[in-house]
Design a protein around this ligand. Structure first.
Ligand code: GRF
Length: 196
């Protein structure tokens, strides 16, 4: 299974996928990494010899124009699956329509709890005793697609957004690596997404 990963940040989840895919026994290959800015995580792609590209969100007048350029880059790669791993942008509906349901996203909360760009901060602010990590199929909404995998993560007294996020990310990485493996092995239907 060929996978393109889109990031905006440090790409720690991307790095975990690159490491997993480095094992010949893993049924997926990361064939490209894309970013909406000069993300530090692009260094992980370089370290693993994976081609990368930047389609700067700020270089385009509209989200749609950005999506069209991103779409052209993805069409050139023709991945079997697109993984959003810390991409902090909503894909325009036209791009989702072009690739759905072969787009999955990781989210640092137990969806449908705390969707959106600040799931970790929102869980903390809500005083939640536990939050989680989720991998979903991307649809036109914000973190509203079918849930492919999710797991609870405790919130501990004294947690800051960073300490909580750092506790969530390893769970996210493990779920993501397993979901991609299961998709590659045709064990996980993407349309509708069985939620174990
Ligand atoms: C991940 O928790 C992702 O779910 C969220 O932002 C974080 C990105 O972390 N959207 P990294 O860039 O993979 O380190």
């Amino acid at each position: 299974l060929s996978v393109a990963v889109l990031i905006s940040g440090t790409g720690s989840n991307l790095r975990a996928l690159l490491e997993a895919a480095d094992d010949p026994a893993y049924p997926a290959r990361i064939v490209a990494v894309g970013a909406d800015r000069d993300a530090s995580g692009l260094a992980h792609a370089e370290a693993f010899g994976v081609p990368s590209f930047v389609v700067g969100y700020r270089d385009h007048p509209t989200r749609e124009a950005w999506g069209e350029e991103l779409g052209r880059r993805l069409d050139a790669v023709q991945p079997d699956l697109i993984v959003l791993s810390g991409l902090m942008r909503l894909l325009p509906p036209a791009l989702v329509a072009r690739w759905a349901p072969r787009i999955v996203n990781t989210h640092p909360a137990y969806l449908p709890e705390f969707p959106g760009a600040h799931g970790v901060r929102d869980a903390l602010a809500a005083g939640a005793a536990q939050t989680g990590a989720s991998v979903i199929v991307v649809d036109d909404g914000v973190d509203t697609g079918p849930i492919l995998a999710q797991e609870r993560v405790p919130v501990l007294p004294g947690d800051t957004e960073d300490t909580l996020h750092e506790r969530i990310k390893p769970v996210e990485r493990r779920l993501l690596i397993d979901v991609v493996r299961r998709i590659a092995a045709d064990e996980l239907p993407l349309a509708g997404g069985a939620h174990p």
